[in-house]
Design a protein around this ligand. Structure first.
Ligand code: ATP
Ligand code: MG
Ligand code: MG
Length: 421
């Protein structure tokens, strides 16, 4: 993809926006861009630099993302709103074309990595609560103050607020380029100090990595989990490439499969409440380590049909009115509101699932399902708003922290197992 219209190749130490930003290391990449840790020489802070591919459709997509980000980054007290902030944007010309670049605040690992670090066993419920609280603040801000629907809420798109000093963070992948970086390509002053620091830790990292055999997994993971231990977990919603306004929508098919709301599958129109559905899926995944719905194509039925069947097995039969209201309803349901091609459903209610499969205590299971089930209402209008959800007693469960501790033991997991301090 590093060709005309594609990614821009970056070398550590490359300068952007007339020397204001200096690339430090790669943070990640996606279908549209590569994202770099960069040093902002004008504010002496680290930022994330998202460099978009250069072909016309990517430029278009970046303009849209900038549009959304700029509108939500505008206003007082945005930092407390749990959505990522746009700092700057500019064009950068390279051998592969003109790339739109977004400078966004530097954040930490995604919730997906957090779930992985915890070996897909689920986080302690008090951590789940804290994360849920943050996401809801973000959603409430987007929905109520901006009329924006995120439309792609999933663990990958919620990043923890980095408590790591990038200058001390162990170098993960781009080790050698730091050492290879040509001398003198960086303006002096503060940055040269940072550079020295980076070089030193790069050398340490090289030594560490080269002294180690094939298996890298375990120890790195445990370290990151330890980093979270005892920290107030805070996070921010990111990736506004697919966001839309409730009154200005662009696509009929939205959301990543597993987090997709029923009305989207049925093409019955959507609004803010699709984000609330995805939010409930995330909350479940944080608490159990498993995705709530993982539909698959089967013999004689599609992924969509399996998805609808899984929903009904967990939540009960879809009201006929809802089932038959979408443009695609006829593909899946008969006129009675029964699935045409999947006739026998095995009902397994949420609270029973939490107890049976995930070994929740009865009371934890009960309280958590009371929180989740209204969000998973088949009738979109009945789902609580983010604002209403923030009032839910489950989120204010700090007084029952003792119970949470015991539930962690019941689940037989929690980060306590991974403590290496
Ligand atoms: P997608 O295909 O998911 O739409 P994309 O090209 O739009 O990808 P992003 O998802 O925005 O790119 O970012 C790619 C990756 O870069 C993220 O998954 C994350 O690992 C990392 N990243 C993005 N933004 C930040 C940030 N602000 N701080 C730290 N890392 C980030
Ligand atoms: Mg993404
Ligand atoms: Mg994106």
């Amino acid at each position: 993809s590093y060709r005309k219209g594609g990614y821009h190749a970056v070398r550590i130490g490359d300068q952007f926006a007339g020397g204001r930003y200096i690339a430090q290391r790669k943070l990640g990449w996606g279908q549209f861009s590569t994202v770099w840790l960069a040093y902002d020489t004008s504010t002496s802070a680290y930022v994330a630099l998202k460099i978009q591919k250069s072909a016309a459709q990517f430029v278009q997509a970046a303009l849209h993302e900038i549009d959304v980000l700029a509108s939500i980054s505008d206003g007082v007290d945005v930092n407390s709103k749990c959505v990522v902030q746009l700092i700057d944007h500019f064009k950068h010309a390279g051998p592969n074309g003109q790339h739109l670049c977004m400078v966004i605040e530097f954040l930490g690992d995604s919730l997906l990595r957090l779930i992985k670090y915890n070996r897909y066993k689920g986080l302690p419920l008090n951590k789940v609560r804290e994360i849920c609280h943050c996401i809801l603040i973000g959603l409430d801000y987007l929905h109520r103050e901006h009329g924006i629907i995120h439309t792609d809420l999933k663990p990958e798109n919620v990043l923890l607020i980095s408590t790591i000093d990038p200058a001390k963070d162990p170098v993960k992948s781009e080790v050698s380029p730091i050492l290879e970086r040509p001398e003198g390509s960086i303006n002096g002053g503060v940055t040269s100090l940072i550079e020295k620091k980076l070089k030193r830790r790069a050398r340490r990292a090289v030594a560490k990595i080269s002294g180690r055999t094939a298996s890298i997994g375990g120890t790195e993971d445990q370290k990151s989990v330890r980093n979270l231990d005892g920290i107030d977990v805070r996070c921010k919603v990111v990736d506004f490439g697919n966001a839309c306004w409730a009154d200005k929508q662009f696509a009929e098919e939205i959301q990543t499969r597993q987090y997709r709301a029923p009305e989207v599958i049925l093409q019955a129109g959507y609004s803010f409440s699709v984000d609330m559905w995805s939010f409930a899926c995330i909350a479940f995944e944080l608490a159990t380590g498993d995705m709530l719905f993982t539909p698959k194509v089967g013999q004689g039925f599609s992924e969509d049909e399996d998805h609808l069947a899984l929903m009904m097995e967990l939540l009960g039969k879809m009201p006929r009115k809802v089932a038959t209201a979408g443009a695609k309803s006829k593909d899946f349901f008969d006129r009675h509101g029964d699935l045409k091609r999947i006739r026998r459903l095995k009902f397994w209610p949420l609270s029973k699932l939490l107890v049976d499969r995930y070994k929740f205590s009865q009371s934890d299971a009960h309280e958590f399902s009371e929180f989740l089930l209204p969000l998973l209402d088949f009738v979109p209008e009945k789902r609580p708003t983010a604002q209403q959800c923030l009032q839910h007693p489950w989120l204010r469960g700090t007084e029952s922290n003792e119970k949470n501790e015991s539930s962690v033991e019941n689940v037989g997991v929690g980060m306590s197992n991974l403590k290496i301090k």
